[in-house]
Design a protein around this ligand. Structure first.
Ligand SMILES: *Cc1c(COP(=O)(O)O)cnc(C)c1O
Length: 406
């Protein structure tokens, strides 16, 4: 008799993963079997409020009916053509996404890391063909503490040793400067600089929000240096911070924006490089591509995601509920919380290390029916779906208060 002949418990399923699934993650000991909206349910039927939202891939909650409907309709018509042929969903997706983000051109990809890689390739080609950087000499300036994904090139310019160590040799051509330091950025750009690549809010680093004026300063430095400003909005974009893009907090328009995570509606991986036509225009047929990038199913779901954001309702919710989130977290400072940073419905909370590691706090919250994820040390990150109600958010923050003050 096979092990699957009877329904397996959470404990059995966690044990069953151990010998057959690579250990590149250390998940909380919860086994989710279904979810709807902000709620997840484990195999034993216990319910949890999802305060992580798939690292912002679930900005609209689990199985948003509009997104599921769009996916179902597309599944019944056409799922994949490859870009060898045109299909009838790509033009509309690109038009609507460009309009939503105030850009001209869309390069569709799948994962966030692919969007970052694509942005790097575009910036280098632009540097050689348009800026006139000598071949092979282009540099890209990035910030310490960055998180841009897991490919060998990307981890090569990470400052997190656990992300880099053992994976070299790495791609050359990157300069690392401190985040939120315009003088250091100014000193790092020169005639070889193709682009400055930064996150408008550093999510994985613990939701680090730069000082007011930093993003506008990056725009100014890159303009003066004649290089591109690439904003990685894969986690910060698409409503999370109370705007469509986090750079809009400073009314900044980058040359290139990288999108992912929420663009796939929590259903399929969808990412995109969006930006100026003259920049993305350096790519010609055969020079870059992806078998699945811009596929009909992805385009249908992505179009529905853009449709949800076009109303402004989710951006407004993030901004309004963000006020509540900040107020409740401010009341916990000195009562288990050392410090916190928040923008929109997104917060990094530094818990008093005496109360436990971020991991231990996350496990305690899990037992109380709230799912979060630690970043590192004693920092936990809160990023609920933007569909959460004020009452649900209040409930989750009361649970946090209970866990921290118990
Ligand atoms: C998640 C993330 C990525 C990588 O996205 P994947 O889809 O996991 O490859 C890149 N940049 C930022 C800012 C992210 O948060």
């Amino acid at each position: 008799m096979t092990a699957s002949a009877h329904p397996r418990t959470s404990t059995e399923l966690i044990r069953a993963e151990e010998p057959v699934v690579a250990h590149n993650y250390h998940p909380l000991p919860v086994v989710v079997a279904r979810a709807e909206g902000v709620w997840m349910e484990d195999v034993e039927g216990r319910r949890y409020l999802d305060l992580l939202a798939g690292y912002s891939a679930l900005n609209f909650g689990h199985r948003h009916p509009v997104l599921v409907e769009a996916a179902h309709r597309q599944l019944d018509r056409l799922t994949l053509t490859s870009r060898a042929f045109h299909h009838d969903r790509l033009a509309g997706f690109a038009e609507q996404l460009a309009a939503l983000t105030g850009t001209e051109t869309v390069l569709p990809m799948n994962t966030g890391a692919e969007a970052v890689e694509s942005g790097i390739k575009v910036a280098r080609k632009w540097a050689y063909e348009v800026k006139g950087v000598p071949d092979g000499a282009a540099t890209i300036v990035v910030a310490a503490g960055n998180f841009h994904g897991r490919t060998t090139t990307i981890v090569g310019f990470s400052t997190d040793e656990s992300a880099r160590s053992g994976f070299g040799p790495f791609t050359p051509g990157f300069r690392i400067v401190p985040y939120n330091d315009l003088a250091a950025l100014e000193a790092a750009v020169d005639g070889t600089t193709a682009a400055v690549l930064i996150e408008p809010v550093q999510g994985e680093a613990g939701v680090l929000i730069p000082d007011d004026g930093y993003l506008a300063g990056v725009r100014e430095v890159t303009r003066r240096a004649g290089c591109l400003f690439i904003a990685d909005e894969i986690q910060s974009g698409l409503g999370r911070t109370g705007h469509t893009l986090a750079v809009q907090h400073e009314s900044v328009v980058p040359d290139v924006v990288l999108l992912g995570k929420a663009l796939g509606g929590g259903i399929v991986p969808v990412s995109a490089v969006v930006g100026r036509r003259d920049v993305l225009g350096v790519l010609r047929p055969g020079e870059h591509g992806s078998t699945f990038g811009g596929n009909p199913l992805a385009a249908a779901v992505g179009t529905a995601v853009v449709g949800l954001l076009e109303t402004g309702e989710y951006q407004r919710r993030a901004a309004e509920l963000g006020v509540l989130l900040r107020e409740r977290l401010a009341a916990l400072v000195g009562r288990g919380v050392v410090a916190f940073r928040a923008r929109g419905l997104w917060a990094g909370v530094d818990v008093d290390p005496a109360l436990g590691t971020g991991r231990e706090i996350s496990e305690r919250l899990m037992r109380e029916g709230v799912l979060v994820k630690d970043t590192h040390g004693s920092t936990i990150r809160l990023a609920p779906p933007l569909t959460i109600t004020a009452a649900e958010l209040e409930g989750a923050l009361s649970t946090l208060e209970k866990v921290l003050t118990a």
